[in-house]
Design a binder for this molecule. Sequence first.
Ligand code: GAR
Length: 212
Amino acid sequence: MKSLVILISGRGSNMQALLESELSARVAAVISNNPHAAGLEIAKKHNIETCIVDHRMYQDRAEFDLLLANKIDSYQPYLVVLAGFMRVLGDSFINKYNGRLINIHPSLLPAFPGLGTHKQALEKGVKLHGCTVHFVTRKVDHGPIIIQAAVPVLPDDTAEILAERVLLQEHRILPEAVNLFMEGRLKITGNNVEICDNISDNSVLSKLEVYK
Ligand code: GAR
């Protein structure tokens, strides 16, 4: 069975959603850059191997990225999932995992990349907000979109209430996207991801060459 590695930084609810879904893949390990990430305990309860690559222990991003990549590679994953991983990764890291690195982001990209997405959505007065699973490319929060889910923004929403509504959808679309990837059903043309009935395992990889 193909395997994946999940990277987290904190609470780990998206990771938990993956661990509790019927995945067509085995979770080989959960890696955190934050030794105090609550998600590490959740992973241990699910008997998943955990490890910490603490970014504060390294001189610069390049060194951190290298050590992180070495740790990931020790599990030989088919896919790497950023599930609430809050460090920006450098170009060489992203190039190395080109086509097999996906991220969940709490907005309808390309709206509201970066942090504080729910607050921004309220400030801008949008009527729909949501979440996105996308391939990671060198431009942060801009890679080809695999799945999005939209939720309404309601008159009495606070950022916290809106975040909870979005999070429920995150927990639904992240496992779905992982399964589509594992089943070889994602075909990328330019910036578009088509969901196919069945395609070969390496189609995603070849189409993503364009982003190198
Ligand atoms: C999630 O909402 C995820 O979309 C977001 O952080 C939260 C992590 O929660 N990720 C980003 O903002 C990445 N740009 P979790 O640890 O409970 O999954």
